[in-house]
Ligand binder design. Structure first.
Ligand SMILES: NC(=O)C1=CN([C@@H]2O[C@H](COP(=O)(O)OP(=O)(O)OC[C@H]3O[C@@H](n4cnc5c(N)ncnc54)[C@H](O)[C@@H]3O)[C@@H](O)[C@H]2O)C=CC1
Ligand SMILES: O=C(O)C(=O)COP(=O)(O)O
Length: 527
């Protein structure tokens, strides 16, 4: 049974996705204080939030059962992503569902600011007919500067063009060609600041964007510029904005978000040239349904073992690519689990070679599964796809991915090589069409075994009678051999025997095998 805590208001249309699942229980408890959330979180498998709940490191560290945090919206600046990743908790968001609403809200703010609609409305409500006080400006032929031309910025650009505005945009991923195609001007941040009559920000809030609109940025702007922030508080330095408004450098500002929310008492709100809404960019019936449905689908997928569509702390995999690579996840994990048993030394370096069909697919998710398998021996079930690479880094294990053309006759081949102080061990595996996963090579020995069950790997000397002795010894211990593979380097030289047996061997049984003089090493692996 999975327990989901809904800590912010999430649309019922989305929750319906989860309600029908008999393995899921939903607990709605919105408005918890950080301390209350910290005290409650331990029993939950999933947490659903919007922007209001701050999911801090201390909450995450108390969340011993938490597997997924779902953000019904775009911005994840309220979630400590590093802490989530370190603790193997996947974070998913709903990046597409509120784009339109946020863009429409931005346009509404631009128009409100230009025509002083909120101020005039509030005058009338106070029984004041003050037509001359609320003379506005047209937006037609004015230049809108967009900082951050992602989903929302792009939609704002198209709408502004519909209002006959000129648009100039800055985004690290915007090229001159793309700008030209969109019929907008391409600029650096400086150009946007210099040329725009209206400046609207649509970047995420991150280290790089915190206070990107600062005293210095305001200095570069035209006198009488209008500022709009429907993205995140903190992108604009609020002190600098206040001063620029008071000095008249900025004619007006429209604010949907501020650094500290809720913000009913902020000094910016005391200025008549500021119009504000309480973080309403995504607050439409449509957007809330969209984001809730998207995020609930992902939460359900993750809890039932499927891959999610919108991971934030892991690269996402398009579904057509996923269908190609998912069959390899199991093989990769088993190869990692097998290989780590072949050394008692601290792993230092892992090289993963992908060849044949595998050389042409997206390999990063397969690598994560291989590393997960490798680390599980020492780190236990705490390791998962989300934190495998992070934990490997923490243990100073370097991971290299390589694509090669050496297929050794297989249509696909994956080899993992593990380096430690005592040397290099390796294992290769393939997916046989219709027959599933096989381990086909261990170090330089060829084998053909299913990566499944109780496996005993024996290094011995290639002499007549060794196999018989081993068989008799196992029989004495009532151990039945299910499959056996043997390979050797040369006649009478080193040889390898891989057995699958019907039960987990006890230590004393392994010790008994080691006592046979022709045997140099015995390793048991449970896959
Ligand atoms: N007020 C509200 O209710 C809402 C606010 N938002 C906010 O809007 C933000 C943008 O949302 P989307 O457009 O969906 O995200 P997005 O990821 O599609 O777009 C963000 C864009 O910012 C650009 N960017 C990043 N760093 C930059 C920098 N230093 N300078 C210029 N551009 C930079 C990125 O390249 C990207 O194109 C979200 O992060 C969220 O915080 C989103 C929805 C509703
Ligand atoms: O999606 C976003 O980033 C938003 O800012 C919307 O926030 P909300 O879900 O309305 O609290």
């Amino acid at each position: 049974m999975f327990h989901i805590l809904i800590a912010d208001p999430i649309s019922d249309e989305g929750l319906d996705v989860l309600v029908d699942n008999e393995n899921i229980t939903l607990t709605k408890d919105t408005g918890l204080t950080p301390e209350e959330l910290e005290n409650r979180i331990a029993t939950f498998d999933a947490l659903l939030v919007r922007s209001q709940t701050k999911v801090t490191r201390s909450i995450i560290e108390k969340a011993k059962n938490l597997k997924i945090i779902g953000r019904a919206g775009v911005g994840v600046d309220n979630i400590d992503l590093d802490a989530a990743t370190e603790n193997g908790i996947i974070v998913v968001n709903a990046p597409n569902g509120n784009t339109n609403s946020a863009a429409e809200h931005t346009m509404a703010m631009i128009m409100s600011l230009s025509r002083k609609i909120p101020q005039a409305h509030s005058g009338l409500k106070n029984h004041k007919w003050e037509r001359s006080k609320y003379v506005g400006v047209e937006v037609k032929n004015k230049t809108l500067g967009i900082v951050g031309l992602g989903r929302i910025g792009t939609e704002v650009a198209y709408r502004a063009k519909g209002q006959r505005m000129n648009v100039i945009a800055y985004d690290p991923f915007l090229t001159e060609e793309k700008a030209e195609k969109m019929g907008i001007e391409y600029g650096e941040l400086e150009d946007v600041l210099n040329k725009a009559d209206y400046i609207t920000v649509h970047t995420p809030l991150m280290k790089e964007t915190r206070h990107m609109i600062s005293v210095d940025a305001f200095r570069q702007m035209k006198d009488g510029v209008h500022i709009i922030n429907c993205a995140r508080g903190g992108i604009i330095d609020e002190e600098a904005l206040y001063d620029a408004l008071v000095s008249g450098k900025v004619a007006g500002a429209a604010i949907d978000v501020l650094e500290e929310e809720p913000f009913q008492d902020h000094k910016l709100l005391e200025l008549s040239q500021v119009v504000a809404t309480p973080h309403l960019g995504a607050s439409t019936v449509e957007a809330q349904e969209n984001v809730a449905i998207d995020v609930c689908h992902d939460v359900q997928k993750h809890l039932t073992g499927d891959l999610v569509k919108n991971p934030v702390n892991m690269p996402s995999v398009p579904s057509d690519v996923l269908s190609q690579i998912e069959p390899y996840f199991h093989l990769a994990e088993k190869l990692g689990m097998f290989l780590i048993r072949l050394t008692e030394d601290v792993p230092e370096e892992v090289n993963i070679y992908y060849s044949g069909e595998l050389a042409d697919v997206k390999i990063a998710p397969i690598t994560r599964n291989a590393v997960k398998g490798l680390l599980q021996r020492h780190l236990g079930s705490h390791v998962n796809d989300v934190n495998a690479l992070y934990l490997a880094g923490k243990k100073d294990i370097t991971i290299h991915e390589n694509r090669t053309s050496t297929t050794e006759g297989f249509t696909n081949l994956m080899t993992i090589e593990l380096k430690s102080k005592s040397g290099t061990r390796s294992v290769s595996g393939t997916l046989l069409n219709g027959l599933g996963a096989r381990i086909v090579r261990v170090d330089h020995y060829s084998v053909d075994m299913m990566p499944h069950g109780h496996i005993v790997m024996i290094h011995h000397q290639d002499l007549p009678g060794v196999i018989g002795k081993m068989g008799s010894l196992l029989a004495e211990h009532h151990i039945n051999i299910a499959t056996m593979q043997v390979d050797r380097s040369d006649i009478g030289g080193d040889a390898i025997m891989i057995l699958t047996i019907d039960k987990n061997p006890e230590q004393k049984e392994l010790e008994a095998l080691k006592e046979l003089e022709e045997i140099s090493d015995v390793t048991a692996v449970d896959l």
